[in-house]
Write a new protein. Structure first.
Length: 364
């Protein structure tokens, strides 16, 4: 059975790696890796292939950045050619990026089975491009693999038949566990002259936070307040870096001696910094889950989350972009009153094995 595994953007690579590894070791399944090239900078792509020991993609589509419509359309045009040539039995997509939705739509029109890993998540905020990608992909998928109970509830509400849906755990946590020891060997702390637990780690790239100059300025002024009490390490997404210049925020950044901006990091270096951080300040989806698994406080600068289990049982708190709320949660952490959490069911390092077992049963 030939299965095309699709990756496009940074958060896809750590999700595909364990699936690709298990498929490689499974008799009767022939995985074929397609990279759309939605992310193409070395630091957003190649570093991850190296760190995660992913094989070179069988096909690279070289799509690059563009508006949503142009990017999605270009992926569809190129991916159709791949499907015509390779004639796979199924296409497996992960997450919620434009590549996920684009490739699913093409496969569905060609009558090829679609497997969606990390299905069912909903922020219920349709202003997020990812929410549209999630709804579209789930509605046309044949097998839907779920990370947390809310995914089952959401898909039931949307009328997706139960027999297509399987709660299997979290493939991103598979990667985190698999690479934990290697990440511990990264020299990031020494390189940056940091002690364990002596800094907060920041990531910020959502359009809602960085594309609006007022919001982005407010968040940076919040960091100005926080950096007086704790070092801030900020590996910055290319989109956010561009906005800092566009919005004339460089001087604010330069005025903070305790804030260190870094280029985007590879998987192992970032994991190392996360494992040793006092707290994460982020708007990422995946980091909410990784910190929940690791039991590290996570202050999420968003109004909503598609991953409610990270708030219900994990260490995650939502604070939006409100300076007072962010600072208040930060003080709780500093004063030893950070939220304690536990690990959601089946986040145990074996999600990819469950997925491949079910694919064998259902599709072979
Ligand atoms: C995409 C995903 C988002 C995910 C994020 C992780 C969608 C709709 N969004 O957002 O869910 O959380 O990836 O990073 O798919 N750029 C570069 N080099 C690159 C890639 C991007 O410079 O290798 C810059 C370009 O200016 C580009 C911008 O970043 O226009 C945005 O890239 P894009 O892929 O459109 O979306 P992300 O914001 O990265």
């Amino acid at each position: 059975m030939k299965i095309i595994n699709v990756v496009g953007a940074r958060p896809n690579f750590m999700k595909i790696a364990p699936i690709q590894r298990v498929m490689d070791a499974t008799e009767g399944i022939e995985p074929f890796l397609v990279h759309t090239g939605q992310h193409y900078d070395e630091r957003m792509s190649k570093f991850f292939f190296d760190d995660l020991q992913l094989p070179q993609p069988d096909v690279y589509l070289n799509i690059g950045s563009a508006s949503h419509a142009v990017q999605t359309a270009k992926i569809m045009i190129e991916f159709e050619q791949v499907l015509l040539k390779e004639k796979p039995d199924a296409v497996l997509v992960v997450g919620d990026v434009n590549s996920t939705a684009a490739c699913s739509i093409v496969a569905s029109k060609m009558g090829i089975k679609i497997i969606h890993v990390e299905a069912g998540l909903r922020s219920n905020d349709r202003r997020m491009p990812e929410e549209i990608n999630r709804i579209l992909t789930d509605s046309i998928s044949d097998l839907l693999f779920i990370t947390e109970q809310s995914g089952l509830d959401n898909l039931k509400r949307e009328g997706i038949p139960d027999e297509k849906v399987h709660l299997v755990g979290n493939v991103m946590i598979d990667s985190l566990i698999f690479f934990k020891e290697k990440a511990a060997q990264s020299t990031m702390l020494d390189d940056l002259g940091l002690e364990k637990q002596s800094y907060a780690l920041i990531t910020l790239h959502r359009p809602s936070n960085v594309d609006d100059p007022d919001v982005f300025r407010r968040l940076i002024s919040t960091f100005q307040k926080i950096e007086k009490e704790l070092k801030l390490i900020f590996p910055i997404h290319p989109r956010s870096r561009k906005r800092i210049s566009e919005f004339g925020l460089d001087e604010m950044i330069a005025s903070m001696p305790n804030l260190k901006l870094l280029d985007p990091l590879g998987y192992l270096d970032f994991m190392n910094l996360m494992h040793n951080a006092r707290v994460l300040l982020t708007d990422s989806g995946g980091i909410q889950e990784e910190t929940t698994y690791l039991g590290i406080p996570c202050i999420t600068m968003r109004e909503n989350t598609e991953r409610p289990v990270t708030m219900e049982v994990g260490t995650n708190v939502l604070v939006g972009s409100d300076t007072d709320m962010i600072y208040e949660e930060f003080k709780k952490v500093i004063n030893g009153r950070a939220k304690k959490g536990s690990i959601p069911p089946m986040w145990d390092g074996h999600a990819a094995e469950r997925i491949v077992d079910i694919i064998k049963k259902e599709l072979m």
